[in-house]
Write a protein that binds this ligand. Structure first.
Ligand SMILES: [Zn+2]
Length: 326
């Protein structure tokens, strides 16, 4: 996956911020301990002196050889142990004076042995996707904002949209709670204004907070962006990002200006993510018949065969809100 320059800047700044936070925390702890447990400060000085001796030996100015180095090492270990014991006795955690890096593998520098550390790659991915989401933005929502009272208790066919939507809501919550990178793909369908985009936004919000990479955009905008990049009118790697994200939510299938290019891209996205065993959520206002007549059989068979269908019911929430002055 390629990352944008802005993503590099943001990731490097974030690593710098993390290193500074760790250094500040360490400094604050050291000052606190120097006041409250002064005997530890004395031991810390011994440790520093030991290390100076060790350094002098390594550069060969004293030349006492291996035995002395081993002796100093043992001294160091004993002093470190004594410091930890004193901290514990003083009611502090043993590691109170350690540096607590977010990523102990690279000490928050982002590189290990000249190779990008996983923490750096994760940040780059996160910021690249954030940038894409900003371009194709849909407002994020929280599950707590969901209003079951917007759905009627019964309709003309004798069904209860409210009961149905209660199930849909808990299915979406459970999906977000138990999400993993091989979760199933979902297909949200139902008329316009029933909360498909809203619940997608809740899932996107919840998973982003948990640190998953989520691309969430209207299919119309995402396809337009991919088309512009493909024909050199814009820069970016939208298709690449979409194929690599942990979850992709394509909102409002059927709203795009359909061409053979958009159909080919849509199929590639759906098919590639199925092959990679990665989940996708697609929502649409189209009926089954409209879907069949609008898209070729390859796309329809992927959607019907590899996605779990979730039906939305009720009355258009925008009308309910207008009626109730909300
Ligand atoms: Zn790292």
């Amino acid at each position: 996956m390629k990352y944008s320059l802005t993503a590099y800047d943001k990731a490097e700044n974030e690593l710098k911020r993390r290193r500074e936070a760790v250094a500040n925390e360490h400094e604050a702890h050291a000052q606190e301990i120097a006041q409250k447990l002064p005997e530890i400060a004395a031991l810390s000085r011994t440790l520093t002196e030991n290390n100076c001796d060790l350094l002098k030996n390594i550069v060969g100015q004293k030349g006492h050889g291996k035995d002395l180095i081993n002796k100093i090492r043992m001294n160091n270990l004993n002093t470190q142990r004594a410091i930890k014991d004193l901290l514990k006795a003083g009611g502090y955690p043993e590691d109170y004076l350690d540096y607590h890096y977010n990523c102990p593998k690279c000490c928050d520098y982002g590189y290990r042995d000249g190779v990008k550390c996983q923490c750096f790659t994760e940040l780059l991915k996160k910021y690249t996707i954030e940038e894409l989401n900003e371009n194709c933005s849909i407002k994020l929502h929280d599950f707590s904002e969901f209003r079951i009272d917007f759905y009627p208790d019964s309709d003309s066919s004798g069904m209860s949209p409210r009961d149905r939507m209660r199930t849909v809501y808990s299915n979406c919550r459970e999906y977000a709670d138990k999400f993993h990178t091989n979760s199933p793909s979902l297909f949200f369908f139902g008329r316009t204004g029933l909360g498909k985009t809203f619940l997608s936004a809740c899932i996107a919000n919840e998973l982003t907070k948990k640190g998953f990479s989520v691309v969430f955009g209207s299919l119309l905008k995402l396809l337009r962006q991919i088309e512009d990049e493909h024909f050199g009118r814009a820069e970016g790697q939208t298709l690449d990002i979409i194929e690599n994200a942990d979850l992709v939510i394509l909102d409002d299938l059927g709203s795009e200006f359909q061409t053979s290019f958009t159909d080919a891209v849509l199929y590639e996205i759906i098919n590639e993510r199925i092959n990679l065993n990665k989940p996708t959520i697609i929502s649409t206002n189209l009926t089954k018949n409209e879907l069949n007549s609008k898209y070729n059989e390859r796309i329809v068979s992927r959607l019907t065969g590899c996605f779990s269908p979730i039906m939305f019911m009720g009355s258009d929430i925008r009308h309910v809100k207008l009626k109730n002055n909300l």
